[in-house]
Design a protein around this ligand. Structure first.
Ligand SMILES: [Zn+2]
Length: 62
């Protein structure tokens, strides 16, 4: 399986980090920031080759 690399801005510390996204299906999950270790809510929307990634603070939601 190939993972897609997507750069996002952490909603907690505002650092730019790289997420590895599974391009096989749209999903919502929580991933800890690699810089500040806070839980980032990640939503991926897969439309063919086009991947949209949204992030939010986990306790706030989208
Ligand atoms: Zn962070």
């Amino acid at each position: 399986m190939f993972l897609h690399e997507e750069q996002i801005t952490c909603p907690f510390c505002w650092e730019i980090i790289t997420l590895l996204v599974d391009p096989s299906e749209s999903q919502t999950y929580t991933e800890d920031c690699s810089v500040c270790c806070q839980p980032i809510l990640v939503n991926t929307d897969i439309q063919g080759d086009h991947i949209t990634v949204r992030v939010a603070q986990e306790d706030l939601g989208f």
